[in-house]
Design a protein around this ligand. Structure first.
Ligand code: ADP
Ligand code: MG
Length: 693
């Protein structure tokens, strides 16, 4: 159970004064629904309001806090003109300017003849001094409150800076003192504030310096988060290690048989990875291994050859793909290879219903299927195996950790191989897959042609279409990917449909369209027509991103390439250059390009190395957006920024290691404090492994 000490932090924001049912949704949109979420909502800058000159000395363009007497209200005489209020001190005059100002409210705030303290940006306008929409207007008695350093928060519609500042201040007040979970010596050396002091320093800063990314307070909180992450990963891993596994010996018959049937020999990287998997399977431990390899590096065959160990041992293997198209494709590759060895393979997807589905389930439960390939459908409760010993999950990032566990629970001591084409940089591997062993396919099968990549402005569309039309006449097969439109599948679709119409008019019936809203069988039909060569051009939304294999395709056109992340561009480009023909990739962009977009396209032109691209992606995007984190399922950090705090990650890793060596049950005083840390960052699952372990 969560320590009650933390309850005020996990309480709903409506427990804060002034946050009722009307305001709560705004704050939820901004930061989240709990007090804790507000604490993590850090300011992006500060405004120093301590500068309090006389009017004659107030420089243009600077924030100043002025003490003035209200002389006269000058209401607007036309909707286009602002409402003005004339003020003065003994050195000069100033006009406050309000667009759409409400007279009754302004007269109450600024009664003629009285003194007020106002704060905002001073503007010199011809010979006049003015201030448009002051940030603060308070009685002189409240001057001290205004004359301070004010945090500036990222905002959302309906919330002002002043409201957020006030509410976050309440949240900080509600934050308890927490026991110190940092290693004492390290903590002292860093000169870091306590957890609560760090929050105060960030939300009530005394200078800009306190809130920058490398300030002690910022680094402390970042380290807390990284430590929680590393500790939790290692605890889960330690727990997994303790679970019994089964010994599955190396296949002696099936593997050599299938290898003979392969039309190629394995790359050194494939052989090495396979060796690592075999070694794991041969141990009485549960394997949890990540097979990481760029698109086209040949992960599927590695998976297949490992599955044969399990099958030869008399058990079953499952291969799970994120989409129906991919599951089908795996079946097409794997089916013929293993059928020659007399194995029984079957497919189970959401499309199988009724009798057909029941027949597959019965075969699976009674051991008449050796290898099952499928989608999410494999998770369903009534899917029962005779004896599942080995599970492969393709493109892990589409599945959650709990799904991984669910599949594992369908067998006894299941060995698990997770495959990903996302070229995750080392830093991120530690934070997201810290609980897994990693095998890397860092070498492509021989004979692959490099993909020549060019960036062109969309304004040259006509030229591009001419080129495509010539290529089609010459027998080429072409992917045409349509722009990603923020958070709107329907507009993605509209753009793709529009392009499909356009190209069909020019090129005729050889242009196909595939998108995420299509029904499975329809999608398959179009894909098959493209793979079979009846279609020359495939217009697509990003559904083709993952894993589709058509070796004859040699041209990839990506429209509005500047809207895609680097990792995504890399995945898309990986669809071509799979056969023996020379391939090219055209990145069409909308001008003008931002500096960042320019850099991204330049990297794509410069290299095809997925790992290099991933590192650059991390550098360019930093923070929570790495590799399009949201799509990829990698953890998002709230406080740590891996582009800036990666030195801390390494320390956190060592720290966590040492903690678990000395105090694996987190029983010591520091251990108890670390439990609080884990709950604070919602890594409770790790704590439960102690109880059960
Ligand atoms: P990915 O790692 O993207 O899943 P695949 O497993 O789909 O890659 O393999 C891509 C293509 O390369 C397939 O057509 C596969 O048959 C082929 N391939 C795999 N390994 C080799 C190899 N060692 N030599 C030549 N071709 C290979
Ligand atoms: Mg694949």
């Amino acid at each position: 159970m969560r320590p009650s000490l933390l309850n005020p932090l996990f309480a709903a924001i409506t427990t804060l004064a002034g946050i009722g049912p009307k305001m709560a949704p705004l704050y939820e949109r901004l930061a989240g629904g709990r007090v804790l979420d507000l604490l993590w909502h850090l300011p992006s800058g500060v405004i120093d309001r301590r500068f309090a000159p006389k009017l004659a000395d107030a420089p243009s363009g600077k924030v100043a806090t002025l003490t003035v007497q209200i002389d006269a209200h000058i209401p607007s005489n036309s909707p286009k003109r602002p409402y003005r209020v004339r003020c003065s001190d003994e050195t000069g005059f100033l006009h406050l300017v309000f667009f759409h100002g409400r007279e009754d409210w302004l007269r109450r705030q600024l009664p003629e003849g009285e003194w007020r303290v106002i704060s905002g940006v001073v503007e010199h306008f011809n010979t006049e001094i003015q201030m448009t929409h002051p940030d603060h207007m308070v009685p002189v008695a409240d001057k001290e409150q205004v004359m301070s350093i004010e945090p500036v928060y990222p905002l959302t519609g309906g919330l002002t800076g002043r409201m957020v500042t006030k509410t976050v201040r309440l949240a900080v007040e509600q934050a308890p003192q927490l026991p110190e979970w940092q290693d004492e010596a390290w903590f002292r050396r860093q000169g870091w504030p306590s957890w609560r002091q760090a929050l105060e320093a960030l939300h009530q800063p005394q200078s800009e310096r306190e809130i920058v990314e490398d300030s002690p307070a910022r680094r402390r909180l970042a380290y807390d988060e990284l430590l929680a992450n590393q500790l939790a990963l290692m605890m889960v891993r330690a727990h997994m290690r303790k679970l019994k596994g089964r010994i599955i010996p190396l296949s002696q018959h099936l593997r050599p048989q299938v290898m003979t049937a392969l039309p190629f020999s394995l790359t050194a990287a494939q052989t090495r990875s396979l060796g690592e998997i075999d070694a794991d399977m041969g141990q009485p431990l549960r394997m949890l291994r990540l097979l990481q390899g760029d698109v086209g590096s040949g992960k599927t065959v590695v998976a297949l050859l490992s599955m044969l160990n399990a099958v030869e041992a008399g058990a079953q293997a499952a291969l799970m793909a994120p989409t129906e198209i991919l599951a089908r494709q795996h079946l097409e590759t794997i089916g013929p290879l293993v059928e020659t060895a007399g194995l029984r393979v079957s497919l189970l997807t959401g499309r199988d219903k009724g009798k057909a589905r029941n027949a597959i389930l019965a075969d699976l439960a009674e051991g008449r299927i050796d290898i099952i390939i499928g989608t999410h459908a494999l998770f369903q409760a009534d899917v029962v195996f005779a004896d599942l010993a080995f599970a492969v999950i393709d493109e892990q990032h589409r599945f959650g950790v709990h799904q991984r566990l669910e599949l594992a629970s369908k067998g006894y001591a299941v060995d698990m191989l997770v495959m990903t084409a996302t070229p995750i940089p080392r830093t991120l591997l530690l934070t997201s897959y810290g609980d897994m062993d990693v095998s890397r396919l860092d070498e492509k099968p021989p004979g692959r042609q490099p993909v020549s990549t060019r960036a062109l402005p969309l304004a040259r569309m006509d030229e591009v279409v001419d080129g495509i039309s010539r290529a089609v006449s010459a027998g080429a097969r072409i992917y045409w990917v349509c722009p990603l439109v923020e958070e709107s599948e329907t507009s993605d679709l509209a753009a793709a449909e529009e392009r499909h119409r356009h190209l069909s008019q020019l090129l005729g019936a050889c242009v196909g369209l595939v998108h995420g809203k299509m029904k499975g069988p329809d999608k398959d039909k179009v894909m098959a027509a493209f793979a079979g060569g009846e279609l020359s051009v495939l217009v697509a939304t990003t559904v083709i991103e993952v894993g589709v294999n058509v070796p004859e395709a040699t041209i990839m056109v990506i429209e509005h390439a500047e809207r895609f992340g680097l990792a995504q561009l890399h995945q898309l480009r990986g669809r071509v250059g799979r056969g023996s023909g020379a391939s090219s990739c055209l990145l069409l962009y909308g001008a003008p390009l931002s500096e960042n977009a320019k850099a991204r396209l330049e990297i794509m032109r410069a290299t095809e190395d997925g790992f290099l691209i991933a590192e650059e992606d991390l550098r360019l995007r930093g923070g929570g957006e790495i590799l399009g984190t949201r799509q990829s399922g990698l953890p998002e950090f709230k406080l740590a920024d891996l582009a800036l705090h990666d030195d801390l990650l390494a320390v956190a890793r060592d720290d966590a290691n040492l903690i678990l060596t000395r105090d694996p049950d987190l029983a010591s005083e520091r251990g108890q404090a670390l439990r609080v840390l884990l709950y604070l960052f919602e890594r409770d699952a790790a704590i439960h492994t102690i109880r059960s372990g």
